[in-house]
Design a protein around this ligand. Structure first.
Ligand code: SF4
Length: 251
């Protein structure tokens, strides 16, 4: 994609969703950090099902550290890799208490040092909480960036670097969310919804899903011609004749 196409690509995604946000539920910097960490290799939906009860039990690093891995585990059993994540969440919380006064640090290195919080978590937190123009690359962003030709790369780091280079500054704050949502709902892994895709003409993917009858907008029915509309059926003619002759029909 050239510069103008990339601008148009984001303009179209932005037009559909001017203020994109994470779909993870959170109520504070700490609960966002915890939710993002828990969402690694799991769906946001599975995390959102588990976190209301977890955060009711512990919504601060101190309370979460007190809960400990054994106390966290029952709340997150429906999330993938829950045993490791329970240990990491307890250790991450303890580290926030010990090193950062119970606050979420606005610093990439400090975030990436937290147990279970890798580069993606740091990017999401920096972007969502602290307004940094970072573009976190998850499975959806990776797929969309490669398929469309927006920012091809063989691994996550290569795609992140490519996005950083080609995405115009004005779109950087929302780019992560727009790309995730586009990959989650339209440019899906198995059968991308190309026939209804808002950026189809800009996309370089060679194996676009062809239109099906169901995906083509049905044509409006032709207007009934006035002469046909006025044409009466034999039964309606009989009813009309009865009315004219003063007889009333039944029912
Ligand atoms: S046209 Fe298809 S492959 Fe390209 S971005 Fe849209 S949904 Fe994805």
């Amino acid at each position: 994609m050239n510069v103008a196409q990339i601008d148009e690509f984001f303009a179209r995604l932005a037009a559909r969703n001017p203020d994109p946000k994470t779909e993870l539920r959170y109520s504070s910097p700490f609960t966002l950090l915890a939710a993002v960490m828990l969402s690694a290799q799991a769906t946001d939906t599975s995390v959102n099902k588990a976190t209301p009860a977890l955060f009711k039990a512990a919504n601060t690093p101190a309370k979460m550290a007190d809960l400990g891995p054994a106390g966290i585990l029952p709340y997150i059993k429906t999330i993938g890799l829950y045993r490791t994540k329970a240990k990491n969440l307890a250790a991450l919380s303890q580290m926030l208490v010990d090193r950062h006064g119970g606050e979420v640090p606005a610093d990439r290195d400090a975030l990436q040092e937290l147990p279970g919080a890798g580069r993606k978590t740091a990017n999401v937190v920096l972007n969502t909480l602290f307004g940094h123009p970072t573009i976190a690359v998850d499975t959806h962003v990776f797929r969309v960036s490669n398929r469309t030709g927006l920012a091809p790369g063989k691994d996550v780091m290569a795609v992140e670097a490519a996005l950083d280079e080609v995405v115009p500054d004005k779109w950087k704050m929302g780019a992560h969310h727009w790309l995730i949502l586009h990959g989650r709902y339209t440019c899906v892994a198995r059968l991308p919804k190309c026939p209804i895709c808002p950026v189809a003409e800009l996309c370089a993917f060679k194996d676009k899903t062809p239109p099906t009858p169901a995906s083509v907008t049905p044509r409006a029915k032709p207007a009934v011609k006035s002469r046909q509309r006025d044409k009466q059926t034999p039964s309606s003619q009989r009813r009309a004749a009865k009315v004219r002759s003063g007889k009333r029909g039944r029912g």
